[in-house]
Design a protein around this ligand. Sequence first.
Ligand code: SF4
Length: 367
Amino acid sequence: MTTTASTSSDVFNRPAARFTDGGLEIRASALGQCRRALWYTATERLVTNPTPPESLTLVEAGNALEPVVVRAMRRSGWSVTPADRDDPVSVSVEASRGLIVTGHPDATGFPPSEGGATAAVEQFLFGEDEPSVQTDDLVIEVKTRGPEAFKRWQTLGAERSHPESVAQAACYSLGLFGECRDVVIATLDTGSRSWDYEVVPAARTERTWLNATGRLQALADHHEAFGPDPEALPERDFTAADWQCQRCPYLNLCRPGGAGEAEDDGESAEPVSDKQARAALREYEQAHGRIKSLEADKRGALETLQHWLQGKGERKARLEGSAKQRTVGMVQSRRYAVDHTRLNALLEPEQRAEIVTEQVSEYLRVS
Ligand code: SF4
């Protein structure tokens, strides 16, 4: 594996995939992208579904917040050296024959412990007094996520929730240090403006890198077999129902029927007109208003009852209601919390997958 690091300011503008003399070059931040979409990019097909302005604003807001995360880390005692945005260091890693991954690291540094990241985690987990390893600079990959994605990352760990960001950090570690070290994923919740971090140990980082580049090796092989032929398309990686397709810049090229084809499940539901939908929305608004007012009445009555109970110095009492006698009493509820940071550091992703499972439900929200 060949690795290099250099400085260049064009690095921000290069495409997610392109052909080079040596084969196929993939941008590190695109390691998780659909291989067919990367092929469209490399063969310079016209974008059919440009990113809407509001999504671009979200991306730009996320980028603008990255220095905020760096400053927050420093305030917490981290040693962080952020990339020079005007003159970023660029890394280039030859993942395998014909496949090069390039990118620019966000930052390097180490946690607020004299023993470096591994010792910091050990101290955190096991309360060890003495650091066991030398401080090494680590790659710090800075991310910003909405509240839901942030929670998902904290709960499942980066290797399960966002493996592409771990592979990206692995690329930078290989490019900067010539080896896969522990990497740090530092993430800001754009809703609450709080941040957290995860240290992914070197062995697990390397495995995620091998998984990501192994997947893309098929695309490099495709290139070797067909050359840069825009008509020789690789298989699709996602289904029309996946968000990757719904936000894909080549959606109409790849799926002329659009992502909506996924919803065509043959159900013979009666079509609903816009007029009927507006009437249903108004009905919903009126019902919602009534529920809110009833909830406020219920809260007020419960507060009065709680004060009455406290005044009697009791936790439970019987009281005559409109139809029957009722018991009014304090009930204690108990919640159990799992420290996902500790769990993620202790267990391999496969073990975590058996313990922390994910269930997805769908509902309609009116906001
Ligand atoms: S529409 Fe979906 S399958 Fe097609 S290129 Fe885009 S992400 Fe890949």
